[in-house]
Ligand binder design. Structure first.
Ligand SMILES: Nc1ncnc2c1ncn2[C@@H]1O[C@H](COP(=O)(O)OP(=O)(O)O)[C@@H](O)[C@H]1O
Ligand SMILES: [Mg+2]
Length: 251
């Protein structure tokens, strides 16, 4: 049986309820390189957390650690999702437990149509959002459902990658630089969609180089610098703090 973690040890300010996703004292390496150096943070159910920091700060490594990918190697720390100990799981188990990682390179499967990419995600129960509901969320995908996924524009491929995560029954959406390389008008469209997904109750972590856009969307922000957390607070606090923005986000 899974044991409810003791969230009091996090020492976070004003924690009143146990977090939905909780990362405690996480350390991660690539071989000898010590990258994530003992980070702890919480994400509450239904909120959007922006995970920010300069290039190389350790954002992708943190997402990959939470998703239990083989690389990096996590040698210490606990990750709890809705009372399930992710740190004891392999990546496929974490995926079944409710993690939906949308990697930076999107991983659309070549040779499959839009619809087949989505159906593949629904092969194993429990199934998440239905195709109808996904096409309502992303009308462009509905229009192109018979088209091969890899022939879509960058923005549409990003939409497909997000839709594919939602096609499984996930509890947390992990987005790695979803806006990268996309025109502002497409970013607007994806941002609007992520707001709708939040309204439906989804919990999201967004990693973005476009920090201003991410902060406009997010409730809270965690800023990483060389593998350590230098800020944990509201998105509004970051937007108001010129020093923080200049020092860690170059905005
Ligand atoms: N597969 C890897 N092998 C070795 N080092 C890596 C690997 N991936 C990333 N790194 C290093 O880990 C650090 C953090 O990288 P990353 O988590 O990708 O940063 P971010 O996503 O914040 O830009 C960087 O110094 C990067 O060079
Ligand atoms: Mg990255």
């Amino acid at each position: 049986m899974n044991v409810k973690p003791d969230f009091s040890k996090h020492g976070n300010k004003a924690e009143t309820a146990p977090a939905f996703l909780s990362v405690w004292d996480l350390h991660a390496y690539y071989g000898e390189s010590y990258i994530v150096q003992g980070i702890s943070f919480n994400v509450h159910e239904g909120e959007i957390l922006a995970l920010l920091g300069r290039n190389g700060a350790g954002k992708t490594t943190t997402l990959r650690s939470i998703a239990r990918m083989d690389n990096p190697q996590v040698n210490k720390g606990e990750i709890w999702l809705d009372h399930q100990p992710l740190h004891k799981m392999a990546s496929y188990q974490a995926s079944i437990a409710g993690l939906g990682l949308v990697p930076e390179d999107r991983r659309i499967i070549a040779g499959l149509t839009v619809e087949e990419n989505l159906q593949l995600a629904q092969i194993a129960p429990p199934v998440g959002w239905s195709l109808d509901r996904l096409y309502q969320l992303f009308p462009r995908l509905g229009e192109r459902r018979k088209q091969e996924g890899v022939t879509l524009s960058g923005g549409e491929q990003q939409m497909l990658a997000i839709a594919r995560a939602l096609a499984r029954d996930i509890k947390v959406l992990l987005l790695d630089e979803p806006y990268e390389g996309l025109a502002p008008v497409i970013v607007d469209e994806i941002e609007k969609t992520l707001r709708i997904v939040k309204e439906q109750g989804m919990t999201t972590i967004i990693v973005e180089q476009n920090a201003v856009r991410a902060l406009q969307l997010a409730d809270r922000a965690v800023i990483l610098d060389t593998g350590s957390i230098v800020f944990d607070g509201t998105a509004a606090e970051v937007l108001e703090n010129e020093k923080l923005r200049a020092e860690y986000l170059a905005i």
